[in-house]
Write a protein that binds this ligand. Structure first.
Ligand SMILES: NC(=O)c1ccc[n+]([C@@H]2O[C@H](COP(=O)([O-])OP(=O)(O)OC[C@H]3O[C@@H](n4cnc5c(N)ncnc54)[C@H](OP(=O)(O)O)[C@@H]3O)[C@@H](O)[C@H]2O)c1
Length: 329
């Protein structure tokens, strides 16, 4: 495969994917509406076609212009997007749809492709765009991929868990990066052992390429860091990457409640562990970046950015009250 069309490509996962594809010798075309700045502007190895992926005619024209061997779909949020794409790109060598770990509909550890149940998707949810129906819509997209493969389409799906790394506009990890950077004492809900598996963005990018090159049609592949960190380990890994030291302060439900907080007010806290089995992807020859290296690159870019994760902030004043309550115990 020599040429790739990336639907999206300018913000986070797609942006890293474009860089990964260029580094691996692909001729890359990105397709997007032009609402976000193009980081590849002026880069001759990345061509851009303007259009809306909701417009099948525009997707067809992009296909005719780019003549892609592989298509990477970063912007399929509704199952009908995957229906259109698997029809339009039915004859390419590989169509890779970004699904999500949120597609899993059962809580078990770890969540495994083909074993753990996927979310059902009701008729109302099919066309919805709320965050509540995100998992069901992603799961339905996976079913569209599986169905297309039965008709001979080389369609595959990747399911990343929560993604972090440079240019992460969701700012979820930025909240913790900001806390460690600016405070000596960091409140961690619970006993610090809760787990929400994450995936380093460069590894999600390489996973998409590896799946296109080595994956099997009709299959889904989980993506996540090979080493899974607890929330406390995350804070300590950030501190190491920043060359600093923090005191991790555990706060149980009762102490948090006294300050009007609950564990769920803390981003990346999840009571039941969310862990994706990544062995199927690793069997294709993929591996993840060592966690310390991934965090060092994340910290370096975070420091250059103006992201602070404040949209996820439960309120430092409330946290200070928790700290004083704990100090008096
Ligand atoms: N972040 C996570 O933790 C996570 C986890 C699992 C799965 N995912 C999945 O990853 C994907 C998102 O990746 P990303 O945002 O990082 O990718 P990205 O490809 O870097 O950025 C999104 C791109 O899509 C373009 N776009 C948006 N709407 C469009 C439309 N209607 N037509 C054409 N282009 C459009 C945007 O540019 P314009 O606005 O200029 O068009 C932008 O280039 C989603 O499918 C999401 O479900 C994310």
């Amino acid at each position: 495969m020599d040429s790739a069309l990336v639907v999206g490509g300018t913000r986070f996962i797609g942006r890293h994917l474009v860089s990964d594809l260029v580094e691996n010798g692909y001729d890359v075309t990105i397709f997007n509406r032009g609402n976000h700045e193009n980081p590849f502007e002026g880069d001759e190895s990345v061509r851009r076609i303007e259009g809306d992926r909701k417009d099948d005619g525009a997707l067809r024209r992009a296909k005719a212009a780019a003549e892609p061997d592989a298509v990477f779909d970063c912007v399929a949020y509704q199952p009908k997007d995957v229906v259109s794409a698997t029809e339009i790109f039915a004859d390419v060598d590989a169509y890779v749809y970004i699904s999500s770990g949120a597609a899993y509909g059962a809580e078990e550890i770890p969540k495994r492709e083909g074993v753990t149940e996927l979310c059902p998707c009701s008729d109302d949810q099919l066309t919805d765009d709320s965050s509540e129906s995100y998992g069901p819509r992603k799961a339905e997209g996976d079913r569209v991929v599986f169905d297309a493969a039965t008709r001979g389409v080389n369609a595959m799906s990747v399911r990343p868990t929560i993604v972090y790394g440079p240019y992460d506009y969701t700012e979820r990890l930025d909240y913790w990066l900001n806390r460690v950077e600016n405070y000596d004492r960091v409140v961690v809900p619970g006993d610090g052992t809760n787990i929400w598996h994450r995936a380093y963005v460069e590894d999600v990018a390489s996973a998409m390429r590896v799946v296109a090159e080595e994956g099997e049609a009709g299959e889904a592949y989980n993506v996540g860091d090979r080493r899974v960190l607890t929330l406390e380990e995350t804070v300590r890994t950030i501190a190491d990457a920043m060359g600093t030291d923090v005191e991790v302060v555990h706060a149980g439900e009762r102490e948090l409640a006294a300050a009007g907080l609950s564990p769920d007010d803390f981003v990346l806290y999840r009571e039941y562990p969310h862990v994706l089995d990544t062995n199927k992807l690793a069997a294709l020859g993929w591996d993840s970046t060592p966690i310390e290296e991934a965090m060092a690159r994340t910290v370096e870019e975070h420091r250059r950015s103006d992201r602070d994760g404040s949209e996820h902030d439960p309120g430092r004043d409330a946290e200070e009250s928790v700290l004083s309550i704990l100090d008096t115990l």
